[in-house]
Write a protein that binds this ligand. Structure first.
Ligand SMILES: Nc1ncnc2c1ncn2[C@@H]1O[C@H](COP(=O)(O)OP(=O)(O)OP(=O)(O)O)[C@@H](O)[C@H]1O
Length: 322
């Protein structure tokens, strides 16, 4: 649905994007995670061509945006919704007036506009709040207005620029739940940028980790978790690095061959083999892909090689520290 190839953006001598390739599939929620200055906002602004990349191409819904003239680009942008960290609402307009704004720009007749606005407000849980002014709303409600406005043009794609960064944790979760519902019910493809791993863990199907204008790692979260040594796994399950010599780090992947994290594979290995097992640390997370866990242990005894082979055969990722 979104394909960016070889994106480069330079501001004077600052290279904000240094050869970025991004592939967002239709119907997925894709997170771009990175610290301040990594280039996330620049990437998002290049995807809808609010910024023109210095080099590279951007295709959205099969249309090469980098090849379009300004009138065609404006039309194409109507199919790309965007929500912002600080909501970007017009304080002089009511809630309904904010949501109606893009419809007015598109020339939608008044009666049709009013019907659409009512539908959109209901969709985001703001039924009956149309006459309020933005200052009468909480941060979460303001973001709901932002989402309703972004959906007015029936976009194929929603871009989210740190949409939950200004919200408290409970409100963040309610907005993320709304985005997840819109993704499921409308088949909306969502590209979101964030500096919060929590956002990625809660809603994303795929992720790109960005640093210094480059993507360091990207892919479906379920696949990255199954990739030994992946940065995502290390960041979701922080354990002291480097791992102590002789220790073993086990990743429970949520693989269908190894259906639940709580399978008694660890107690089995102690029962079946002549080994002593001590737990050094670990945690379990409930991700959209299923429950995933990481456990660091020491495993000593005559049957250690056989026990490690058994754990591998059980579908766990087994990493031995030298
Ligand atoms: N309009 C601009 N003019 C000059 N430099 C810019 C401009 N926009 C971004 N940059 C620079 O490009 C780099 C990437 O910035 P960008 O805002 O994309 O990062 P970010 O990951 O979104 O960070 P943040 O979360 O703090 O916004 C930074 O070094 C920044 O100073």
């Amino acid at each position: 649905m979104i394909q960016a190839s070889g994106l480069r953006k330079q501001y004077g001598t600052t290279v904000a994007l240094d050869g970025v390739d991004l592939h967002v599939r239709e119907g997925e929620i894709y997170g771009v995670l990175g610290q301040s200055g990594a280039g996330k906002s620049t990437l998002l602004r290049c995807v809808n061509l609010l910024e023109r990349p210095t080099a590279g191409t951007v295709t959205v819904a099969g249309q090469d945006l980098t090849a379009l003239g300004s009138a065609e680009l404006n039309r194409a942008r109507q199919r790309i919704g965007m929500i912002h960290q600080h909501f970007a609402l017009l304080s002089s307009r009511t809630v309904a007036g904010n949501v109606a704004f893009p419809l007015e720009v598109m020339g939608v007749p008044k009666a049709e506009r009013e019907r659409r606005v009512a539908e959109l407000l209901e969709l985001v849980g703001l039924d009956g709040r149309g006459k309020d002014r933005p200052h009468q709303l909480s941060g979460g409600q303001k973001q709901r207005v932002g989402i309703a406005r972004a959906l007015a043009g029936e976009p194929a794609v929603l871009l989210s620029d740190e949409a939950t960064s200004a919200l408290d944790p409970a409100t963040t979760q309610s907005i993320l739940a709304l985005l997840k519902r819109l993704n499921a019910e409308l088949g909306l493809t969502i590209l979101l940028i964030t500096h919060e791993m929590n956002v990625v863990k809660s809603v994303c199907d795929s992720v790109a980790i960005m640093a210094n204008g480059r993507i360091e790692e990207s892919g479906a979260i379920a696949d990255l978790i199954r990739t030994p040594g992946s940065r995502l796994t290390r960041e979701i399950f922080p354990l002291p690095e480097p791992a102590p010599a002789g220790s073993v780090t086990l990743t429970f992947t949520g693989d269908p061959r190894q259906p639940v994290v709580s399978e008694p594979v660890v107690s089995e290995v102690v029962r079946k083999f002549d080994v002593d097992l001590s737990i050094l640390g670990g945690s379990i997370e409930e991700l959209p892909a299923g429950p995933v866990g990481r456990l660091r242990v020491t495993l000593d005894g005559a049957d250690r090689p056989a026990a490690l082979a058994y754990l591998r055969d059980s579908g766990l990722i087994v990493e031995e520290a030298a």
